[in-house]
Write a protein that binds this ligand. Structure first.
Ligand code: NAD
Ligand code: UDP
Ligand code: UDP
Length: 312
């Protein structure tokens, strides 16, 4: 029998690319989503595939299905979306993790958690290795996401130690590419949409804060490698270590779109991390993985996608 893989959050940005990859690799795929931020359009091309099945379900509710592997991606990921209903965000991370871990325990299924660089908060160690414990404000506007994901990691390791669940934990750093939500407020989608529409590019603060951007294809390859190996349960950082300031990103997007948009400054959001860059030594040695797609090449693909979306 072909193993069945459950992808929670499968109609989202990363989840839909993961479903594509798993279908291409020959798996039966059960895609679960409550469409909070995901869209049927992201997976419409898979709906008629004989190895693909979609269920509308909230991970906060128990789920009894027969699956062999689980990728747990369900959770709003952009600040606008996760701060819209912070209680639901924490519940999705924490109650969702409990339910999916319970399912993995009953099925003896391997389960991978899509954790995040946000567990490091506004980091005081740079770049961030997995051994760094982070600097998170537990009652700030980002806490529902950061602390929810931290608690989910705790649950994953406790289910592993106490109940023998076969876990994998990946800490994903900023990832971009086609199928990002055009209005989710993330910096790459905002800048591209603004540049294509000829609207001003919104720099929060003076744009000197930094991020390291990973193209979606590289990230999906990392998640698959993490799931498929037996030696390392994580946590493992997955991201692109090439670091850029937000101002540099704005200038690159303007150049690649031939846009005449200007830059305007907005206040820096509370608790916005000043810098972020993954230390990926562990992913390199344990998974033989590192990103291959440069920021320029990845942005070109993403710009082409948003041009199509805006013209449709
Ligand atoms: P996304 O918002 O596009 O996808 C999340 C998906 O989960 C959506 O389809 C949404 O409808 C679904 N969802 C939300 N709450 C749910 C619930 N209670 N029950 C069922 N489905 C639910 O975001 P994404 O960028 O694809 O992120 C996917 C995962 O990767 C998230 O867990 C996120 O925290 C993690 N992650 C993403 C990034 C990134 O840069 N994209 C970085 C770090 C971690
Ligand atoms: N659960 C689920 N599907 C399963 C098995 C469990 O959704 O196939 C949920 C169920 O809601 C349970 C939770 O996972 O409360 C945690 O499971 P666990 O076995 O750890 O706890 P218990 O059943 O003892 O509460
Ligand atoms: N940002 C910005 N303009 C925007 C959107 C975001 O300058 O229109 C900044 C934001 O303040 C942050 C960085 O870009 O410093 C990355 O923001 P994003 O929301 O994409 O991700 P995260 O903060 O979760 O890394």
């Amino acid at each position: 029998m072909t193993p069945t893989t459950l992808v929670t959050g499968g109609a989202g940005f990363l989840g839909s690319h993961l479903c594509d990859r798993l279908i291409a690799d020959g798996y039966e795929v059960l895609c679960l989503d409550n469409f909070y931020t995901g869209a049927k359009d992201n997976i419409r091309h898979l709906l008629d595939h004989k190895r693909f099945e979609l269920i509308r379900h909230d991970v906060c509710m128990p789920l009894y299905v027969e699956v062999d592997r689980i990728f747990n991606l369900a959770c709003p990921a952009s600040p606008i979306h996760y701060q819209n209903d912070p209680i639901a965000t924490t519940k999705t991370s924490v109650v969702g993790a409990i339910n999916m871990l319970g399912l993995a325990k009953r099925r003896h299924a391997r389960i991978l958690q899509a954790s995040t660089s946000e567990v490091y908060g506004d980091p005081q160690v740079h770049p961030q290795p997995e051994g760094y414990w982070g600097n998170v404000n537990p009652i700030g506007p980002r806490a529902c996401y950061d602390e929810g994901k931290r608690c989910a990691e705790t649950l994953f390791f406790d289910y592993h130690q106490q109940a023998g669940v076969d876990i994998r934990v990946a800490r994903i750093f900023n990832t971009y590419g086609p199928r990002m939500h055009p209005n989710d407020g993330r910096v790459v989608s905002n800048f591209i949409v603004q540049a294509l529409k000829g609207e001003p590019i919104t720099l929060y603060g003076d744009g000197s804060q930094s991020r390291a951007f990973c193209y979606v294809d590289d990230l999906i390859e990392g998640l698959i490698k993490m799931m498929d190996q037996d030696a390392e349960i994580g946590p493992i950082n997955l991201g692109n270590p090439s670091e850029f300031t937000i101002r540099e990103l704005a200038e690159t997007v303007l150049r690649l779109t031939d846009s005449r948009s200007g830059l305007i400054m907005h206040p820096l959001p509370q608790d916005d991390p000043a810098q972020r860059q993954p230390d990926i030594s562990k992913a390199k040695s344990a998974l033989a993985w590192e990103p291959k797609v440069s920021l320029e090449d990845g942005l070109k693909e993403t710009i082409a996608y948003f041009r199509k979306v805006l013209n449709s």
